[in-house]
Write a protein that binds this ligand. Structure first.
Ligand code: G16
Length: 544
């Protein structure tokens, strides 16, 4: 076979974060850089000779180029077949669906998620295993070790590109490349999970919705499912044309970046339901007329109402949330007699729990919600889950949320991000806190008593693996919490995230302004962390 072994040199980049390798496009375009990482993946994942790989990405700048490089390397390395989404597109959840459905060895997903795209922006690559989920730390560590010692990679002599624009099969030096529709398998699974007839009826009777695809990957998925299959009026999906640079926007579905949708939902023209998804389609934001549903509340509400969705009724084994996610889902689990788990940040930590059937639903404060139907979080899935509940309950989003708080209490919640801090200063904040939390338990801070404080360590209940240093937790006796952690997904400097949560059960206090409700915690956090002294920052960059 006409294969070349190219000499390359190790790259001494910092370790990839929670979701694979994310860097500026220009960084990826350095000679041999992408190839080194891909070879490091192929050298770390076991024997795939004769097996199938799934390949696709969120369509951002460099997606198509990277796919051609990976196809040639997959062939040279011995894969029998690669299934690629048309035009090189798969949303992250759709890639997970296809990996599982085709029983593939694994998949490579090209995305930097919610980070901006374009020639000067971000690109990313990650490997998912045969269960459809992000590779566990054992594999990502092995990949990283390989990148430090790699000296050569295998690729084809020929530089011919495969045509990804048509649904067809091709031979690439003995390896089959099959180009499939990016949406079909995903849409079919959604149809099996949710009551499309009930949602269709609700929409035909006048229910209105707006889905903001943010010019990212979910455009074609949302148009097919929401408009074509469920009958939402054309135009219900906005910013539905996928673009390489996401139209210059920041495809992160929150009230700051999906401003247009947020304004619409709080105006007189508001439709009944609003939602948005991110760059690669795994995140979601849910908004009702005059109400924003926090991702933490969304997880709790889906759990409490799962019995209304036929495919989940009686099938919820447990619920998991990442550590900084509010404890709203725990309140539901307690009342419903379900097991609940607190995992470190990163979807990969849910994989073992789902594979062992310990949890069915999981969610994160970072706008990620999902279930065991795949092993990634899933933006449109969350939207359809909500629509199914709305169709059954025939109540507004606002009513559903208010009734939920009355039954389970309200967890006020907010995240303050300090972006682009110098890495050294950010580390100093965390190191200082790490020392402090050793002796905080039992002390009084302002009017609150600390009931526990630690640097979160997680022991996986399935394989007993231990993940240390997952963020600073300070819990108070009234159920409030302050969490500090450094982002694992940024590409320039460090981002410090501070998460605040308080728990309210008094009806008359349930509709306060969130920042007001959390004021005492915010003041405590700034004093405790010496944030201003160590970083010079007086204000958060983004508050969600
Ligand atoms: C990724 C992971 C999520 C995690 C998030 C945290 O999200 O997949 O599980 O919650 O990172 O981000 P950070 O470390 O910046 O707080 P995504 O959507 O970027 O893949």
């Amino acid at each position: 076979m006409p294969i070349s072994t190219i000499t390359s040199s190790p790259f001494n980049d910092q370790k990839p974060g929670t979701s694979g390798l994310r860097k500026k496009v220009k960084h990826f375009q350095q000679a041999h850089y992408l190839e080194n990482f891909v070879q490091s993946i192929f050298s770390s994942i076991g024997d795939f000779k004769g097996k199938t790989l799934i390949l696709g990405g969120d369509g951002r700048f460099y997606n198509q180029d990277a796919i051609q490089v990976i196809l040639r390397m997959a062939s040279a390395n011995g894969f029998a077949k690669v299934i690629v989404g048309q035009h090189g597109i798969f949303s992250t959840p759709a890639a997970s669906v296809v990996i599982r459905k085709k029983k593939a060895f694994g998949g490579i997903i090209l995305s930097a998620s919610h980070n901006p795209g374009g020639a000067d922006e971000d690109f990313g690559i990650k490997y998912n295993t045969g269960n459809g989920g992000p590779a566990p730390e054992k594999i990502t560590d092995a990949i990283y070790e390989k990148t430090l010692e790699i000296t050569e990679y295998d690729t084809l002599d020929s530089q011919t590109d495969i045509d990804l624009s048509q649904l067809a099969s091709h031979d690439l030096e003995g390896m089959t490349v099959q180009v499939i529709d990016s949406v079909t398998d995903y849409a079919q699974l959604m149809n099996e999970l949710f009551d499309f007839e009930a949602i269709k009826t609700m929409i035909s009777e006048g229910f209105t919705l707006c889905f903001d695809a943010m010019h990212a990957v979910t455009g074609p998925y949302a148009v097919e499912i929401l408009e074509k299959q469920l009958g939402a009026i054309p135009g219900s999906v906005i910013n539905g044309i996928s673009k390489e640079d996401f139209g210059g926007g920041h495809p992160d579905p929150n009230l700051v970046h999906a401003k247009h949708l947020a304004n619409l939902m709080f105006s007189d023209e508001s439709p009944d339901f609003g939602a948005a998804s991110d760059g690669d389609g795994d995140r979601n934001m849910i908004v009702g007329n005059n109400i924003f549903v926090t991702p933490s509340d969304s997880l709790a509400i889906l759990t409490a109402n799962a019995h209304l969705v036929a495919s989940y009724k009686g099938n919820i084994t447990g619920v998991a949330r990442s550590m900084p996610t509010s404890q709203a889902a725990d309140q539901v689990a307690r009342k419903m007699g379900l097991d609940s788990y607190e995992t470190p940040t990163g979807w990969k930590f849910f994989g073992n729990l789902m594979d062992a059937d310990k949890v069915t639903l999981c969610g994160e404060e970072s706008f990620g919600t999902g279930s065991n139907h795949i092993r990634e979080k899933d933006g449109l899935w969350a939207v359809l889950f909500w629509l199914n509940i709305l169709a059954v309950r025939n109540e507004s989003v606002n009513d559903i949320v208010q009734k939920h708080w009355l039954e389970f209490g309200r967890n006020y919640y907010s995240r303050h991000d300090y972006e682009g801090i110098e890495t050294e200063s950010a580390n100093a904040v965390i190191t200082g806190l790490r020392e402090k939390v050793k002796s905080l338990t039992g002390t009084q801070l302002s009017s609150l008593t600390v009931s526990y404080s630690d640097d979160f360590s997680y022991t996986d209940p399935v394989d007993n693996s231990v993940s240390d240093h997952q963020g600073i937790r300070i819990g108070f006796s009234n159920g409030s919490r302050i969490i500090f952690r450094l982002s694992g997904t940024g590409t320039s400097g460090a981002t410090l995230r501070i998460y605040y949560e308080s728990y309210e059960t008094e009806t008359e206090n349930m509709n306060e302004d969130t920042q007001d409700a959390l004021k005492e915690l915010i003041i405590i956090s700034l004093q405790l962390s010496k944030l201003e002294a160590l970083t010079g920052r007086t204000e958060a960059t983004v508050i969600t």
